[in-house]
Ligand binder design. Structure first.
Ligand code: IMP
Ligand code: MG
Length: 170
């Protein structure tokens, strides 16, 4: 299947450089812990951190995903937890895409129980039109239309993660 382009690789890379610069400025003299949400955010995280000019730490977390289904169930659980304690730390959650907001809302609630000093949200994509739970996003790559997007780490049924661009399923 041919996947039409929504955001080109060049555009993504350019935007990520800007986001990294912004984060580096905002966290000057700090050492944030970046929490990358697997699997989707792994490519975005890898590119984002390589442009940062501040010291960081990075950890990973996996939450249950949609599986082969295209819609959010609203039932989420942690299937792989962090190794590093977040208590008293500046944390930035790195997501691939925020859709209904259920996943990130769950993560915000769970991670806040562990008493970080400050929590910010960074997402590559914001599918704003589908939001059910309002979410304050601190760093956003792109607002995308209500299409099922794939590529650049994001999958449909575990496929298309390897695309260097963001495309959509027709
Ligand atoms: P939410 O809980 O509805 O906000 O959805 C968040 C998660 O659903 C994301 O982290 C993705 O893993 C997945 N997701 C939402 N929209 C898409 C899409 O268009 N393509 C692929 N995955 C998506
Ligand atoms: Mg995800």
């Amino acid at each position: 299947m041919k996947i039409p382009v929504l955001l080109s690789s060049r555009l993504i890379q350019k935007r990520i450089k800007t986001l990294s610069r912004q984060i580096s400025t905002d966290y000057k003299n700090k050492q944030p812990l970046l929490i990358s949400i697997l699997n989707g955010a792994f490519v975005f995280t890898a590119d984002l951190i390589r442009h940062l000019t501040i010291p960081i730490r990075c950890d990973f977390m996996r939450v249950s995903s949609y599986g082969a289904s295209i819609r959010s169930s609203g039932r989420i659980k942690i299937v792989m937890d962090l190794d590093i304690s977040i208590k008293g730390k500046d944390i930035i959650i790195i997501e691939d895409i925020i859709d209904s907001g259920f996943t990130i809302n769950y993560l915000i609630k769970e991670l806040n129980k562990r008493k970080p000093r400050r929590m910010k949200i960074c997402t590559l994509l914001d599918k704003k039109a589908r939001r059910i739970i309002p979410i304050k996003i601190d760093y956003c790559g792109f607002v995308v239309p209500d299409k099922f997007v794939v590529g650049y780490g994001i999958d449909y049924n575990e496929q298309y993660r390897q695309l260097s661009y963001i495309g959509y399923i027709r």
